[in-house]
Design a protein around this ligand. Structure first.
Ligand code: DX5
Ligand code: ZN
Length: 214
């Protein structure tokens, strides 16, 4: 079964509780987008909002850190009960150190990759991490158009590891979901297409019905 991970960034910011309620009812993972206005040209979701979201969530929360200094937030996200901590492979830092700190904070370590970054940059880390988040758009905003080459990139990353959980984030909807899953995606992050859909149950049933090739 493909897992659906709605991004809280696309929920009504004046009524996040309602957003979380629909994630609890129809989805598998709560996707928390944290932005620092430096790694990406936008600000989103501080630690207090993430803490309240984790408390209200009945599904595991995966934090996607679009920040230049993810190491400074590992302990905080571990303390608020996030189940996964994802940072970007493009950052020039000691990734092995971050991986170990995330593991010792009781979270699954994951690395995200932007659309223009060579997939091979993940190679030294795939055996040490649990998740790869393949960006379908340039990180920073929800509601952007999906970049079609993402589909091939998912297949390349699946070749690097048959074990890893592959999550695709950005511009995902019912039109590209089947190809993404067929090429190896396990989790589909969906912001605008989930929150804008009139029938969230039907949307979720459809996403969950897509299956990887045996
Ligand atoms: C983009 C974020 C995504 C985004 C998804 O920087 O990481 O999680 O909010 O939203 P949609 O599905 O609208 O692209
Ligand atoms: Zn995200």
């Amino acid at each position: 079964m493909t897992k659906l991970a709605p991004s809280l960034l696309a929920a009504n910011p004046l009524n996040l509780e309602e957003g979380i309620r629909s994630i609890n009812e129809f989805a598998d993972i709560l996707h928390l987008d944290v932005m620092d206005g430096h790694f990406v040209p936008n600000l989103a979701l501080g630690i207090l909002t993430c803490e309240c979201a984790c408390k209200a969530s009945l599904v595991p929360a995966y934090a996607h850190l679009m920040v230049s200094n993810p190491g400074e937030y590992i302990e905080k996200f571990g303390n608020i009960g996030a189940k996964a901590f994802v940072w970007h492979v493009e950052l020039d830092l000691d990734h092995m150190k971050i991986i170990n700190l995330v593991k010792s904070s009781g979270m699954k370590p994951g690395m995200a990759i932007k659309p223009d970054t060579d997939c091979n940059t993940l190679k030294p880390f795939v055996d040490q991490i649990a998740i790869v988040t393949v960006m379908g758009v340039y990180p920073g905003f929800s509601g952007q158009k999906f970049i079609p080459s993402t589909i091939d990139r998912v297949a390349i990353i699946r070749e690097l590891s048959s074990r890893i959980e592959i999550e695709v984030d950005g511009g995902v909807g019912l039109e590209n979901a089947p190809a993404l899953v067929e090429n190896g995606a396990d989790i589909l992050v969906s912001g605008s297409s989930f929150f804008n859909s009139k029938d969230k149950k039907a949307f979720s049933d459809k996403i969950r019905s897509f299956r990887r090739k045996p």
